[in-house]
Design a protein around this ligand. Structure first.
Ligand SMILES: *[C@@H]1O[C@H](CO)[C@@H](O)[C@H](O)[C@H]1NC(C)=O
Ligand SMILES: *[C@@H]1O[C@H](CO)[C@@H](O)[C@H](O)[C@H]1NC(C)=O
Ligand SMILES: *[C@@H]1O[C@H](CO)[C@@H](O)[C@H](O)[C@H]1NC(C)=O
Ligand SMILES: *[C@@H]1O[C@H](CO)[C@@H](O)[C@H](O)[C@H]1NC(C)=O
Ligand SMILES: *[C@@H]1O[C@H](CO)[C@@H](O)[C@H](O)[C@H]1NC(C)=O
Ligand SMILES: *[C@@H]1O[C@H](CO)[C@@H](O)[C@H](O)[C@H]1NC(C)=O
Length: 799
């Protein structure tokens, strides 16, 4: 510790023997440092001091000094701080009295304390916060707190310094009392956005040696001013969005930035006046968050794009604006169903409408675009209609009849037209056209059969219903109403209307008269059904009426011949051989084949051992020779029974008388050259005809006999053979249609009896009367064939 002391003694002529001794020391001397040797300075005997009482009276509250009685030195017991002792005083003294007793002496001592630079300047606040508006102009001043230094003179504050700053400097001003004031001066405009806080250090420096300094932190906070507008990062935002986005869907979030802070950076978004009402109806803008959401319906078909002019405004006292534009392109979705428009349609068509006729015009449309709007039209099911797109009007179709139509097959068409677009998934719609076909008389009535065979029992009641001939016409209304009638033509000379009647309305066929199989066996005629269309159509059927035989005719016995009654008397030689033909019973039945098949039986026979009867050919023959014991008269009753059910029959009674001579029997051959009978009622001219024919026959026979007598006798006639007969007949009777008829010849052979030949004519085809004639027995078939043929020819002509 540097130790220096300035000792000076001031000898004052103080009347009370007071003198002041002055010393000067530096402050802050170490303890024990000797300030002065009072003994020496005051002229005291150091040896004598030890017994004397010495007292120091220091006029402070601290005991800085003490006195060493041995050495007489005044020394420091406590550091003296000038700044403590004499605060803020330029000079400083520490006064003390040294009181020595026995004898009492008082010494006044004045100790001058000199300053050393032991205090650094210091700021009362070492951290100063300063708010400076961003808008402050250069040159503006802000007071700063000053520092203090308790030292004095050069040891006190000499100057201030500020840390390097591009925006600030300091100016020091000295007040009238010499106090220094520091002002912070803005040298360059502040930008909060660049630097919001400036940290400055103010240093106060004293003038002592060494230099001491104190610092304070000056924190300049730049107060924001609304000098930055909100800014969007793009001028134009382009967004694609699909139509039909739901309400509330986020379109985009605007993010404008404002470099300012606080309210100056809080942004409110809004549409500007350039944004159309429609757009504002479609979109909502959240003023605080900047979110654009869907508010209304976004329909591509309505609006394809929207333009929003948006401003962002901060909340500064003098708000600033930023603007941007949002363009929303709406993309199409397949949300519109295609549509069918039936522009014209004919709902009723004649069924004979020609192919190729247009029956409807159809337009199709779809409000969507692209594939979603590509539409095609088709017919749901295969139908006799086709669609043909107009070449000049796209999306317009003609519905055309493509195949002949027939009401009777399909009376009504439900044409379902389906329109489909090409979207994914495709949408479709349909429309049905109903087409009714009107009837045209294009169908003739039709009978279920083309040929009717109707069997009618003979002896029918007049007016009986024979059959119902109903035709069907698939047409409608008058085209379907049928009228039936009998066609008169083709049936030669017979009025069918006299025989039959048909109900024109329902085709019921009635017989008007009673038919007799034995007279008429069949009828063939046509019935026509005609509809009432215009022109009418008709069709006909052939009706074949077959009269069915009933067993209504009893057999008639034609042989043996008898004029009246049923008893035939005949003579037979007693010497007749066994097996000789006695009689041949022939019965004829005019019924049809079945009913006319006849069997013969004995009803009564005098002696059953004598005669036999062939049940099929009716021949009665002897079974043995007559004896004298046999009665002379034999009575045979033969019944001829037909095959009907019930059977009808006829009987003949043959009375035979046995005679002794055989010759006599044949004498009556000439008696009956020709016998005839006509069954049933034979009209007059027939009788006349018969008579004349009988006459002609007689002449013919006579001529023949004459011719035969002139010719040499033929050796022996060949046994009659049917073929030879036919050939002969063919040569003699040309053109006879009857010659080749088996039925005729059959009858002819049958008719050969014991008495002669019986010629039976059974005309074919028309049922007519049987005409029977007999030819005398003994005339051989071959020999009489010519005459027989002639006879027949005559009969044919007559009838
Ligand atoms: C919007 O759609 C267009 C075509 O319509 C396309 O070229 C464009 O890239 C799309 N933009 C976005 C952001 O999807
Ligand atoms: C806005 O954009 C800035 C940068 O461009 C980003 O830091 C900020 O998070 C965004 N804010 C929102 C809400 O998106
Ligand atoms: C469709 O119409 C065109 C003319 O537009 C025609 O040439 C074509 O033959 C028609 N097709 C049918 C099937 O009718
Ligand atoms: C026709 O349209 C109706 C509704 O309009 C629908 O129910 C029906 O399924 C459609 N028919 C066809 C065959 O597409
Ligand atoms: C047709 O009938 C008439 C009488 O109605 C008759 O005079 C005529 O001879 C008959 N003709 C024939 C070929 O039968
Ligand atoms: C009966 O119909 C046929 C066709 O089925 C026809 O050829 C004929 O001429 C018709 N007859 C009459 C009399 O109309």
């Amino acid at each position: 510790m540097p130790f220096w002391t300035t000792v000076f003694v001031l000898c004052a002529a103080w009347p009370s023997a007071l003198s002041v001794t002055r010393y000067s020391i530096a402050e802050e001397m170490d303890r024990g440092s000797v300030v002065a040797n009072l003994a020496a300075d005051l002229g005291l005997d150091p040896g004598g001091l030890a017994q004397r009482e010495v007292k120091l009276d220091i006029f402070t509250n601290k005991k800085y000094l003490d006195f060493n009685k041995k050495t007489g030195e005044l020394y420091i017991v406590e550091k003296i701080d000038r700044e403590y002792l004499c605060p803020a005083k330029p000079t400083c003294f520490l006064k003390l009295d040294v009181i020595i007793e026995s004898p009492l002496r008082i010494f006044n001592i004045e100790l001058g304390i000199t300053d050393i630079n032991d205090n650094a300047p210091h700021f009362r606040r070492d951290r100063v916060e300063l708010d400076v508006s961003e808008s402050a102009t250069p040159g503006e001043r802000f007071s700063l707190p000053n520092a203090v230094d308790p030292d004095v003179d050069i040891n006190t504050i000499k100057t201030y310094k500020l840390s390097v700053s591009e925006h600030f400097t300091i100016e020091i001003q000295t007040g009238s009392d010499g106090t220094q004031y520091v002002d912070l001066v803005l040298t360059k405009s502040l930008d909060r956005e660049e630097n919001a806080v400036h940290n400055l250090i103010l240093t106060a420096v004293d003038g002592g040696v060494p230099v001491r300094s104190g610092t304070a932190n000056i924190i300049v906070r730049v107060q924001d001013t609304n000098d930055n507008p909100p800014r969007f990062d793009k001028q134009i935002y382009t967004i694609n969005m699909t139509e039909n986005s739901p309400t509330g869907a986020l379109v985009m979030k605007l993010n404008a930035t404002d470099l300012d802070e606080g309210l100056n950076s809080e942004i409110v978004y809004s549409f500007t006046l350039y944004t159309s009402e429609k757009t504002q109806d479609a979109f909502a803008l959240n003023p605080n968050t900047g979110e654009i959401t869907v508010k209304g319906t976004i329909d591509y078909e309505d609006m394809k794009f929207y333009e929003m002019h948006i401003e962002a405004r901060d909340k500064g006292a003098h708000p600033l604006l930023g603007q941007c534009k949002v363009v929303v392109h709406v993309t199409d979705m397949n949300d519109n169903y295609p549509e069918i428009t039936i522009q014209s349609v004919k709902n009723t068509l004649d069924e004979n409408i020609p192919v190729g006729i247009v029956i409807a015009l159809v337009g199709i449309s779809d409000r969507d675009t692209g594939d979603n709007g590509k539409v095609s039209l088709s017919i749901h099911q295969p139908m006799p209609f086709i669609l043909n797109e107009s070449s000049d009007r796209p999306m317009h179709y003609k519905l055309i009849v493509s195949e002949p139509l027939d009401r009777e097959t399909v009376p009504e068409y439900e044409i379902m037209l389906i329109v489909t677009d090409a979207g994914k998934p495709p949408l479709s719609d349909n429309e049905t056209i109903t087409v009714h076909l009107l009837d045209v008389n294009d169908n003739a009535p039709q009978f279920p059969q083309s040929f009717y065979t109707i069997r009618v029992m003979e002896n029918n009641a007049p007016g009986a219903l024979l059959s119902s001939l109903t035709a069907f016409d698939p047409d409608l209304h008058e085209n379907q109403y049928l009228v039936y009638f009998i066609l008169e033509k083709e049936i030669a000379n017979t009025s069918m209307s006299m025989l039959f009647s048909i109900n024109p309305e329902n085709g019921n066929l009635y017989a008007l008269k009673t038919f007799d199989y034995e007279i008429e066996k069949e009828f063939l005629f046509h019935i026509e059904a005609r509809d009432s269309g215009s022109p009418p159509l008709s069709s006909n059927v052939t009706v074949h009426i077959i009269i069915v035989d009933q067993n209504d005719n009893a057999p008639v016995i034609v042989s043996p011949w008898r004029a009246h009654g049923s008893v035939v008397e005949d003579k037979i030689p007693r010497s007749t051989d066994k097996g000789s033909l006695v009689a041949k019973v022939i019965a004829l039945d005019t019924d049809s084949v079945h009913n006319s098949r006849i069997t013969y039986q004995f009803l009564q026979v005098t002696d059953a051992t004598l005669f036999s009867l062939d049940q099929y050919n009716g021949e009665i023959r002897t079974m043995r020779m007559f004896s004298y014991r046999d009665p002379r008269h034999q009575r045979l009753v033969v019944v001829a029974k037909d095959n009907g059910d019930p059977a009808l029959s006829a009987t003949v009674t043959i009375k035979l008388s046995t005679v002794e001579t055989a010759v006599k029997a044949y004498s009556d051959m000439t008696e009956v050259p020709l016998e005839y009978d006509i069954f049933s009622d034979l009209n007059l001219y027939l009788v006349i005809g018969l008579g004349s024919v009988s006459f002609l026959l007689l002449i013919t026979i006579l001529v023949t006999i004459v011719l035969k007598c002139q010719k040499p006798k033929p050796s022996k006639a060949a046994p009659p053979s049917r073929n030879s007969v036919i050939s002969e007949r063919n040569s003699t009777v040309a053109d006879s249609t009857l010659v080749s008829n088996d039925a005729y010849w059959y009858s002819l052979f049958l008719a050969e009896t014991r008495k002669g030949k019986l010629v039976v004519r059974q005309p074919v085809p028309k049922g007519s009367r049987y005409i029977v004639s007999s030819i005398p027995r003994g005339t051989g078939l071959t020999e009489t064939s010519d005459s027989a043929a002639s006879t027949l020819q005559v009969w044919q002509n007559v009838n």
